[in-house]
Design a protein around this ligand. Structure first.
Ligand code: HEM
Length: 398
């Protein structure tokens, strides 16, 4: 964390005024979590059980065998693969399921919402959250100095797999894949916690020695779910209250599966917005690592025929995130494209959503752009056999 010490950041609980009810569980999860939680500061909570297991696997050289065994483990209904060490299998048996408070009706509505709004979601996750991750210093330096940082195309494809599996209509159903993908990601994060503290480069950029705390994961959640929800509201994309609630619930389940304790998970969008303002907005900052990652990510995006110029792409990122972030990332200005986006994008949404009777100028340009971004996402996040999430065994090569 470059500009702000982690210790000096208010804990999420305090940020929410929850300190006085430390230990309180979210109302929606009260029955499930009753008596099980000890409130702590999420910045000092990691994922102890799985961290210990994966550290031992790394130290004993068993990770490649585990990765091979896990290759065939894809669907939520798949039995755990054979060939896993007994303690890992026992652990996965416990966590490879939805929490008891998960509401399947809401999850189905969320899946339908994802389908109805997919074009905006691809755009916002890809050009918004994806690029925002490069100005979250702890995340950017972690990604850069981990093994995946050396091959951003592969890394982006794996991250797309997560987003794709989460957004799929059957994501949480037995035929879906998200529960398995989330558990594989949880194992990857555990490996990163063991490996990164051994990287002198990562240590030089971070005062704390263990990455990906519960607090860090919540920060990233705000750059994804909370950010996207806020943008949809800002862009006047029609959503029912039930849609909004279902979308939040989907993210609540997702971050639970990534190992965030229930008592830290925001209960409402208002709570999520408040947390985000406290723990995400103030820490956004450029780093040399993040700038390089952003350049690579935008370079990869620009390789696809988007039907627009690179200047347009840069300005769209500025429009979605802010000029301040655009300046940090040194995205060259294209004022004509900026003006077109400022008027054309709201009109495009309004027409698409049936709120504008006449097709606005530039409709097809935006439509082609949106479709190209969606295709990029879908092509990269397709078959889990082409981009399997695997546990890394080392950091970024020197
Ligand atoms: C790996 C998603 C939070 C750092 C991954 C992977 C996924 C993912 C899908 C596996 C893909 C791959 O191996 O590249 C998420 C989600 C998060 C989250 C959905 C929160 C909602 C974080 C945070 C950090 C982080 C907070 C750091 C501060 C990493 C790193 C890797 C990784 C370093 C491994 C990269 C590699 O070497 O391959 N994450 N992550 N993640 N994540 Fe996260």
């Amino acid at each position: 964390m470059s500009s702000l010490s982690r210790r000096s950041v208010l804990s999420l609980g305090a940020a929410l005024g929850l300190a006085s009810v430390a230990g309180a569980v979210p109302a929606w999860a009260r029955s499930a979590a009753a008596g099980t939680s000890t409130a702590t500061d999420p910045w000092w909570v990691w994922d102890d059980a799985v961290d210990r297991l994966v550290a031992a696997l790394l130290d004993s050289g068993q990770v490649p065998a585990v990765n091979s065994a896990m290759r065939s483990w894809v669907n939520n209904s798949d039995p755990l693969p054979g060939g896993l060490p007994a303690d890992l299998a026992a652990y996965l048996q416990q966590v490879n399921q939805l929490p008891s408070w998960a509401d399947r009706t809401k999850l189905r509505l969320a899946a339908d919402f994802n389908r109805r709004k997919d074009t905006y979601l691809f755009m916002l996750y890809g050009l918004g959250s994806g690029i925002m991750s490069t100005v979250i210093p702890r995340e950017a330096t972690a990604v850069y100095w981990s093994a995946g940082g050396a091959n951003m195309k592969d890394r982006a494809a794996k991250t797309f797999t997560f987003g794709y599996d989460l957004s799929e209509v059957s994501a949480f159903e037995p035929t879906g894949q998200f529960v398995v993908t989330a558990n594989k990601t949880r194992l990857v994060h555990a490996a990163v916690r063991h490996l990164l503290p051994r990287s002198p480069h990562w240590r030089a950029a971070n005062e704390e020695q263990i990455p990906i705390s519960n607090g860090d994961i919540l920060v990233t959640f705000h750059s994804l779910g909370t950010f996207v929800h806020r943008k949809l509201l800002e862009w006047h994309v029609p959503m029912s209250a039930a849609d909004e609630d279902a979308f939040l619930h989907m993210w609540q389940v997702a971050i639970h599966l990534l190992g965030v304790r229930d008592e830290f998970i925001p209960r409402t969008w208002a709570e999520a917005d408040a947390q985000s303002a406290q723990v995400l907005t103030p820490i956004l900052n450029p780093t040399p690592e993040g700038k390089e990652l952003a350049k690579e990510l935008l370079g990869l995006t620009a390789q696809v025929d988007l039907g627009v110029t690179r200047g347009f792409l840069n300005e769209f990122v500025r429009y979605v995130l802010s000029n301040e972030i655009g300046d940090w990332l040194e995205l060259p200005r294209d004022y004509a494209a900026a003006a077109l986006i400022r008027t054309g994008w709201p009109a495009y949404i309004a027409f698409r959503e049936g709120l504008l009777p006449v097709m606005p100028a530039g409709f097809y340009l935006f439509d082609q752009f949106v479709r190209a971004i969606a295709m990029l996402f879908l092509n990269n996040g397709t078959s889990p056999t082409s981009t399997p999430i695997t546990i890394p065994t080392a950091n970024r090569p020197e």
